[in-house]
Design a protein around this ligand. Structure first.
Ligand code: SF4
Length: 376
């Protein structure tokens, strides 16, 4: 596998802590931000010494990276430039929340080398935003898309569906006609240990399934095609960085709790094809603790490539998977494959294996027999 040319940078600070969120995040306070920036600069130097790039894609996610002020964000970008010689040659995305920027600030980001904003729109309905614990309002969310577009940035917006009391169609229509070229749609989930879980918030599964289908129909009618389970784009505006994840290509990780996927180091035993890395949470990360490293062998990588590749419309290239992992999918998983084919959940098109629209709706159930068969 080639050395990674993509980089994920985790910025954990948020203006508020949302009750459904289980990401690694926290409210900012000044000494913590100062420590974060210093440590990030050092970590970038160490990582770039092993993987000098150049970088194709960079993704600054969080948390809320736009909650850093311009000087702080400038330091992050300067560290990437200093150690990798530039930002992403093909794409540099910044996650930004409505209410944290205006057209002038967006113009500054564009001038600083950001090419794409991923805006946490979530909903355009004020009562839904209040329920989600978000501090922005619907009109502000739509204005933020206009501001970003007028600054010359590509724009993706996130929408959350299956929220109690939400008119999902209205939110999807608003997102589709907002000017964004890319829309990510997520079903609200209630993760353990979040305030929503403690309050006993429940998601209606039938409603969630209906909203999933509604998203495809509404967005497609506006020219945004579903190209991954949760992602829809106008042609040519698919997220290049996220395609790296779904294709199982390598990427580097910077920042507390950030996860990376590195191809095999020459010193690793031959059975190890790659290493998953996970940085520690902020307290130990600030002290310089090394990431946790999990070796990935061929059979594990094969399952992971099926799991992520089948999420995409392009599907999984079985010949490439065999080359990379040594696993011949039809020979290794005959029962799982025939079950999925029989129920019209997977189709083969030459060397490509894809989920059908019905399979995409129940992807976890499609994948389970592969895991069962792998376990013997
Ligand atoms: S802004 Fe995003 S990362 Fe921060 S708490 Fe809310 S959902 Fe989580």
């Amino acid at each position: 596998m080639e050395a990674p040319r993509s980089l994920y940078v985790h910025v954990p600070f948020c203006p508020q802590v949302c009750p459904y969120c289980d990401f690694h995040k926290m409210r900012r306070h000044e000494p913590l931000v100062a420590g974060y920036l210093e440590r990030l600069e050092r970590e970038a130097g160490a990582l770039a010494a092993r993987y000098p790039g150049p970088l194709d894609t960079v993704y600054l996610g969080g948390g809320t990276p736009s909650h850093l002020d311009d000087a702080e964000l400038g330091r992050v970008l300067a560290a990437l430039r200093a150690h990798w010689g530039g930002l992403g040659a093909r794409e540099t995305t910044l996650e930004a929340d409505p209410g944290t920027f205006d057209a002038t600030r967006a113009g500054g980001w564009r001038a600083a080398g950001i090419t794409r904003l991923s805006i946490g729109l979530q909903s355009t309905q004020d009562h839904v935003l209040r329920f989600l614990g978000r501090s922005h309002r619907g009109a502000q969310a739509l204005q933020s898309v206009r501001d970003a577009r007028s600054a010359g940035l590509q724009v993706s917006v996130d929408v959350i569906t299956a929220v109690p009391g939400q008119d999902a169609r209205a939110d999807l229509e608003a997102a589709a006609s907002s000017g964004a070229q890319h829309v990510s749609v997520y079903t609200l989930t209630v993760e353990p240990h979040t305030p929503f879980a403690q309050r006993g918030v429940r998601i209606d599964d039938e409603r969630a399934a209906d909203d999933f289908d509604l998203a495809e129909a509404v967005l497609a009618a506006h020219g945004l095609r579903r190209y991954e389970v949760s992602n829809h784009a106008r042609p040519g505006f698919e997220s290049r960085h996220n395609l790296v994840y779904w294709r199982g290509d390598g990427w580097l990780a910077l920042g507390p709790s950030a996860a990376g996927f590195e191809p095999r180091a020459p010193s690793d035993p031959a059975a190890v094809l790659a290493v998953r890395t996970r940085n520690p949470p902020i307290k130990t990360w600030l002290r310089g603790e090394a990431p946790e490293r999990t070796p990935v062998d061929g059979p594990t990588l094969a399952l992971e490539l099926l799991m992520t590749g089948l999420r995409t419309r392009e599907g999984v290239d079985l010949a490439r998977l065999r080359e990379r992992t040594g696993v011949d999918v039809p020979a290794r998983f005959p029962r799982a494959l025939s079950l999925a084919r029989r129920h019209d959940l997977l189709v083969e098109d030459g060397a490509l294996l894809r989920a059908t629209p019905a399979g995409t709706r129940v992807l976890n159930a499609v994948l389970r027999p592969f895991f069962d068969e792998a376990a013997g």
